[in-house]
Design a protein. Sequence first.
Length: 214
Amino acid sequence: MKDQSSISGYAYANAQNTHAHAYLLPSVNAELAVVKERPPPPPRLFDLGCGNGSVGAQLAKQGWSVTGVDPSVEGIVEGRRAYPDLQLEEGSAYDDLAAKYGCFPVVLSLEVVEHVYAPKDYARTLFDLVEPGGTAIVSTPYHGYLKNLALAATGKMDRHYTALWDHGHIKFWSIPTLTTLLTEAGFQTIRFHRVGRIPALAKSMIAVAEKPLT
């Protein structure tokens, strides 16, 4: 199923950040600061799965020109109401976004890939949106042996795997599997931050991937 609803697990009642942004954004901002040091043109950024636009609004204050899409109608409505200067549109990674919006030096996609039913389509769209030599920054809940062991030992597997959440987390990524997804899409030089707790029990991981110049 590749319709608009199949990529979104969220309903938005306002245009505020979620609790996850508190541990995601410090590492994201550090990576964006490096990108911002590159030569002109002025920094442009595409937010793939922009939700309610709250992250894009913060980045706009830092000088980024932000364009974002999300399949959540509620999210886009709330974002446009709160941040009228941002370009926020309804859309998903199953659309031909590069044909509509062009390519960007940075594409950000926070806590999205765990929701998509066709991750290879998502990765292809992500790759197409990044201009040659540009950067993709992707976050998703972290999974690894010790964390999975801790979830099992503490009886938190059911809560973690969100089985009762319609369109919730349907893919559970590790560093090796997300590396494979991004590499097969064409990205190179992929590195990771683990954030939210000590690395072995991290809440999320942030992949930073580069698109080759040619």
